[in-house]
Each structure stands twice: as structure tokens, then as C-alpha cells.
Design a protein around this ligand. Structure first.
Ligand code: FAD
Length: 402
């Protein structure tokens, strides 16, 4: 049986995962992206057990495990009291339930790109997509693509195919950079298997995530981040770097081995966060995957994992159903409730770590933190972080042949 023709708009995490899975099952896949040459960019992220299961299905999980850093604990203290207000341990899930894996974003990108190419997907770079209709993508230079049986919108949070206007940014984003993991005695205070953060109420946050190496033989690194209000971005850029460094050191003096590696403002990249969910991941002849369907702040560390689960759900639905509209219905049913649940959780948790509200910070420190230590909360929180509440993999496995 001849494969279907599928255009994937966007070669990020969701788009490349879709390309690898769909090209392997015999569909003719072309990935379009604005970047002219594939580029490993960005900082780091945590792959949760559910995301790693998708990478296993794609065949790149072992490569990522060899490069990344296992994450067993998410840990945070509020300053100046030094009280522990976040302590989530994956081992609360019980033996064999897995742990997180923090990876360099570039390492994940390269692994997915290699998998997509090996599966036979075709890459077309330098294509700014501005619209789509009747199975064709429209490009900024006025040209359009050939007609495809299905268009997959994997254009991320600002997708012009998903919403008429971009989502407004949340009040807080963050400055991110990658720095080398320190060696010798400087490394001693840091757990290479934990995401660690310091807070001042919810107004300030600084964090270190060990992300491993971007490729074999490269130095092991950490993603370092500093929460910043959108409204303060211009002033922060205009101020001398030493002023930022002094603020970061004041909040977390022990993090000096990371902070002192930031010697140039260009190292700090501002990431804006948005929150929003499309009512449906499908429109006629088009499927939306990843951030173009649902976008959230990274406080719960789920966006890339959701993107990978969407790709697996869509690929399974298309394998099970030759008819594309039946496949889109099956895809939507397999992912909808998990997405709703995690978008809600992310919306609820974000202000506890990024807001100007003193009251929310007090609730976090004096109510949520003590409550999180009482059985069965450690297990529930670990399952929430692991992405497994709502059994997303079982929902995908349950997709029926149409
Ligand atoms: C700072 C930060 C930290 C994060 N940490 C985590 C974490 O720890 N764990 C986690 O699971 N998630 C995390 N996330 C979220 C995660 O990165 C996203 O959810 C994920 O990248 C979404 O993948 P995507 O493929 O949908 O979109 P993207 O990865 O954004 O890919 C979109 C692609 O589309 C292309 N594109 C966009 N517009 C156009 C256009 N008009 N024309 C042509 N091409 C276009 C882009 O070049 C890109 O290649 C984090 C996000 C941020 C910002």
C-alpha cells in the first residue's frame, strides 16, 4: 500500500519525533523549517520517564542516556531562611518506575534529526511558513508547497497555523545559559543528579540543572537560569553585568562556580513563557502537536515530554487508521485528557515559583511544602513530575485500528 504524503511544519522536538516515527512506517515525509541548516541551539531540559519511553520507541533513548544526566531529585530552598520548600524524589514512585534525564537541548535535537533522516524523512530548511490551506503550506516568499494528504503543525508556541494571534507572554520568563559543570572541590556542594533552585519569595529564582554533554567527548555542562520579569528585561540588559552577578550571588552564594562563568551578557538568553491550549489538536487535514497545541511555563518540566507523547500518539493513530479524519479523532482522544490535566497543574504551580505575590509564596512555604511531605503526597508529586498521572502511554497503546 502506498504511503501517505505528510508535510511537517517545524523541525523542533515534536516535528522531528513525528518525522522519525512516520517516515519509518512508510509515509512520505517532508519537514519544513525556517532554519536553513539544522542547528543545535538552546539550553537544557528534563526528559521524564514518559518522554524517554517515546525516545525508546524512536530508538534514540540509549544515545541520550549516554550523554545526559540522570535526575533523581528536584530540590529548592527559600532564602534567607534556607528552608527546604521543594523536595521531589523519583524514588517515591517505587522501584523500576524510572527517573528523569536532563539533557542538552542540542543533544536531543541532533539525535532526533539523525533518527528522522535515517527513517527517510526529507528536510527543507530556510522556509518561513506563514499559513496553510488545502494541504499546502504557504511560505513568506509568496511560494507554496506541493499538496500533502496531511499537514502537521509543529511550529511551536508562535505557530501561525494554530492561532490567529500569538499568545501573550506570562509576566515572568528567565535568562538561561549553559556553563561547564565545575570540577574538584568546587563541585562538592552540588548533586550531579538533582535540579536545584533557590528562591526569594516567588519574586526571584535561580537554578542549576546538570545537563551532561552535547556530544561524546564534550565537557559536561549545567543549564543555569535566573527568573526575570518581562517588564525588567530592558533594564536588566542596560545594566552592567556585575550588577546581575551580584544579585545572583546574593541569592545563592554557593553557586559562584556557575555564576562566575557568565562573563558576557550575550551568554544569557531570555526565554519568554506563554500559557495556552487549543480546544482541539485537529482541524480538517491538519494535526497540531507540541507547543502549537499546548504551551506552558517550564515549572513542571513537561513541554518536551508532551511534544514527544503527541508525536507517538499521532503516529500510532495514523498507523491504525488509513482514513486521516478517523486517525485525527483517535489522536485527539488519546492525548486530550492528559494535556488538560497537565496544563491545569502547570497553570496552578507556576505562580508559586514565578510571581510577585507574597501570599502565594507564603502558601507555598508554610502549607504546600509541609503537606508535600505527608503520605501519599511524595508519591503523587513524583508521579506528577514524571508525567505519568493519567497514564498517557496506556492511552496511546489503547488506540484501536479503524
Ligand atoms: C527555557 C525553557 C526551558 C524548558 N524546560 C523544559 C524541561 O525541562 N522539560 C520539558 O519537557 N520541556 C521544557 N521546556 C518546554 C519545551 O522546550 C517545549 O515544550 C518544546 O520545545 C516544544 O517542542 P515543539 O517541537 O512543539 O516546538 P519547538 O521546539 O519550539 O520547535 C518549533 C520549530 O518550528 C520552527 N518554526 C517556528 N516558527 C516557524 C515558522 N513560522 N516557519 C518555519 N519554521 C518555524 C522553529 O525553528 C523550530 O524548529 C522548556 C522551554 C523553555 C523555553
Amino acid at each position: 500500500m502506498a504511503g501517505r504524503s505528510i508535510a511537517i511544519a517545524g523541525g523542533g522536538i515534536a516535528g522531528l519525533a513525528c518525522a522519525a516515527l512516520l517516515a519509518r512506517s512508510g509515509d512520505r515525509v517532508v519537514v519544513y523549517d525556517r532554519m536553513s541548516a539544522p542547528e543545535p541551539v538552546g539550553s537544557g531540559l528534563i526528559l521524564q520517564p514518559v518522554g524517554l519511553a517515546v525516545l525508546d520507541a524512536i530508538g534514540v533513548a540509549e544515545r541520550m542516556r549516554a550523554l545526559g544526566s540522570p535526575i533523581r531529585r528536584l530540590f529548592g530552598r527559600t532564602m534567607p531562611s534556607n528552608r527546604v520548600v521543594l523536595d521531589v524524589r523519583y524514588r517515591a514512585l517505587g522501584g523500576g518506575a524510572g527517573e528523569g534525564l536532563a539533557v542538552h537541548r542540542g543533544a536531543l535535537f541532533e539525535a532526533l534529526l539523525d533518527a528522522a533522516r535515517e527513517a527517510g524523512a526529507q528536510m527543507e530548511g530556510g522556509r518561513e511558513i506563514v499559513g496553510a490551506s488545502d494541504g499546502r503550506l504557504a511560505f513568506a516568499d509568496g511560494t507554496s508547497s506541493l499538496r500533502f494528504d496531511l499537514v502537521i503543525d509543529a511550529l511551536g508556541v508562535k505557530s501561525p497555523l494554530s492561532r490567529p494571534a500569538p499568545l501573550p507572554p506570562l509576566p515572568f520568563g528567565a535568562l538561561w545559559c549553559n556553563v561547564d559543570w565545575p570540577s574538584g572541590p568546587e563541585a562538592a556542594p552540588f548533586d550531579p543528579n538533582a535540579l536545584e533552585q533557590r528562591y526569594e519569595a516567588a519574586r526571584k529564582m535561580v537554578g542549576v540543572l546538570p545537563v551532561g554533554s552535547v556530544r561524546t567527548g564534550a565537557p559536561r555542562q549545567a543549564a543555569f537560569f535566573w527568573s526575570l520579569r518581562h517588564a525588567d528585561l530592558a533594564a536588566s540588559r542596560a545594566a552592567p553585568l556585575d550588577q546581575w552577578r551580584a544579585q545572583a550571588l546574593q541569592l545563592w552564594p554557593q553557586a559562584a562556580p556557575f555564576i562566575n562563568q557568565v562573563t558576557n551578557r550575550e551568554q544569557l538568553i531570555f526565554a519568554a513563557y506563554c500559557h495556552g491550549t487549543r480546544a482541539s489538536p485537529a482541524s480538517p487535514g491538519m494535526a497540531h502537536v507540541g507547543d502549537s497545541w499546548h504551551s506552558a511555563s517550564p515549572q513542571l518540566g513537561q513541554g518536551a515530554n508532551m511534544a514527544l507523547l503527541d508525536a507517538l500518539g499521532l503516529a500510532r493513530a495514523l498507523e491504525a487508521n488509513r482514513d486521516i479524519s478517523l486517525a485525527l479523532g483517535a489522536y485527539s482522544r488519546s492525548r486530550r485528557s492528559h494535556i488538560r490535566l497537565y496544563q491545569l497543574a502547570s497553570w496552578m504551580f507556576t505562580p508559586a515559583y514565578q510571581s510577585d505575590s507574597q501570599a502565594i509564596a507564603l502558601v507555598r512555604d508554610w502549607l504546600m511544602a509541609p503537606f508535600s511531605r505527608v503520605w501519599p503526597m511524595p508519591k503523587i508529586l513524583a508521579a506528577l513530575v514524571a508525567g505519568s498521572i493519567g497514564s498517557p502511554l496506556s492511552a496511546i497503546e489503547a488506540i484501536q485500528d479503524g
